[in-house]
Design a protein around this ligand. Structure first.
Ligand SMILES: Cc1cc2nc3c(=O)[nH]c(=O)nc-3n(C[C@H](O)[C@H](O)[C@H](O)COP(=O)(O)OP(=O)(O)OC[C@H]3O[C@@H](n4cnc5c(N)ncnc54)[C@H](O)[C@@H]3O)c2cc1C
Length: 343
């Protein structure tokens, strides 16, 4: 019998439910506990965690622990760190697995210090074998994969989104053990939420499809003129109709800083690549983008890739896409939007 106890740590979202990312982390915790022969314990914190506990009630955990109350409703370093510490101590956890959410990432290191433990974030996988637990994570912008093993306990591991299939919610009502948290410093108050002023939300981590727009959308076309307004309309119509997530290249987002014609729907947050993000979607469609290595490295986790480019010798043609359509992206997207509207 293993001497490890795996604590699955999570917080519900504002609607009281666990996010898909949190449910992926539960699948990782379950599989680590099963392979190690360890006890699995669920630890939840938030305003009211009953619905979240019931949603994962059949996950095979031996205990369900809860820290709840209005002071845990919104993220706050002092209360969240105290909650994580209290849950870890109550569970006598040696391995703590959670999703790499901004809320957990903010407190994981502080909680590890209080527990005299250690922490690894952005984990891509957690595997258990004869020689114990191993966590993989990427270094140097997804170019080197490290395999981390530690003897120090407790070991907090925060798992990146897309690292596992989410726990398929089998619900069962459970009675959680309430864990009390010693008085904490509640001076920091959340006074409201302010969203980015970019208008429409175009980054959708849970989308099936990543749609990438490159700098070609702002370039002079065959009539010698750029058609930026039409480009923006075609792109937005497509992402609205398909519910795709919108990515861009560095060249395109940089153009806005150089005072050239821009696509207003894009910011640096959309940039995919070595100095941008590495999103995880099942499929990707790249348009008016050359497919250069510093950009394509951000496609590492996109399994099925297609690209539209006028240039048959662009980077996508060199083994970087499954299918390259040598075509005018304006014409392709006009037709695609027409077909989507007709559905
Ligand atoms: C250290 C470093 C880090 C970098 N990090 C990143 C990064 O994180 N992300 C990133 O994206 N880049 C990054 N870059 C930049 C990268 O190397 C490329 O310069 C950039 O990705 C090019 O952007 P693009 O393909 O949109 O533009 P371009 O290279 O200008 O390509 C535009 C393409 O549009 C096509 N096109 C034009 N009109 C049409 C049309 N009507 N229909 C179809 N196709 C059309 C053209 O044929 C062309 O291939 C980095 C570079 C360095 C040195």
């Amino acid at each position: 019998m293993s001497t490890e106890t795996v604590l699955y740590l999570a917080h519900p979202e504002a609607d009281g439910a666990l996010s898909r990312h949190s449910l992926e982390a539960l699948a990782v915790a379950q599989s680590a506990a099963a392979t190690l022969g360890a006890t699995l314990v669920v630890g939840l914190f938030g305003a009211d965690v009953r619905a979240a506990a019931n949603a994962v009630g059949a996950c095979g955990a031996r205990r369900f622990l809860a820290v709840q109350g209005p002071e845990f409703a919104t993220p706050r370093y002092a209360t969240d760190t105290a909650a994580v510490e209290a849950l870890a101590r109550a569970a006598e956890a040696t391995v703590i697995v959670g999703a790499h959410t901004s809320r957990l990432a903010r407190v994981a290191a502080g909680a590890a210090l209080r527990l005299s433990g250690c922490v690894d974030t952005h984990a891509g996988s957690v595997t258990a074998g004869a020689d114990g637990l191993a966590v993989t994570r990427w270094f140097y912008k997804q170019r080197i994969e490290g395999d981390v093993r530690r003897s120090q306990r407790p070991w907090i591991v925060l798992v990146d989104p897309g690292a596992a299939e989410a726990y398929a919610k089998t619900a069962a009502n459970v009675a959680s053990e309430i864990v009390t948290v010693a008085a904490t410093n509640n001076r920091t108050q959340t006074v409201g939420l302010r969203e980015p002023g970019a208008g429409e939300q175009t980054i959708r981590p849970e989308a099936e499809l990543l749609f990438v727009a490159g700098a070609g959308w702002t370039r002079r076309q065959k009539d010698g003129q750029p058609h930026t307004e039409e480009a923006e309309r075609l792109i937005l119509d497509f992402v609205r109709a398909s519910r795709a997530s919108l990515g861009s290249t560095k060249s395109l987002t940089d153009i806005s800083g150089e005072g050239q014609a821009v696509l207003h729907c894009l910011s640096h947050l959309n940039q995919v690549g070595q100095t941008g993000s590495t999103p995880r979607h099942a499929k990707g469609l790249s348009t008016c983008c050359h497919g250069e290595e510093p950009h394509v490295v951000g496609w590492r986790f996109i399994r099925e890739r297609r690209a539209v480019n006028l240039d048959p010798n662009c980077g996508w043609a060199r083994g970087k896409a499954d299918v390259l359509y040598v075509a005018d992206a304006f014409a392709v997207m006009r037709e695609l939007n027409r077909l989507l509207a007709a559905q």
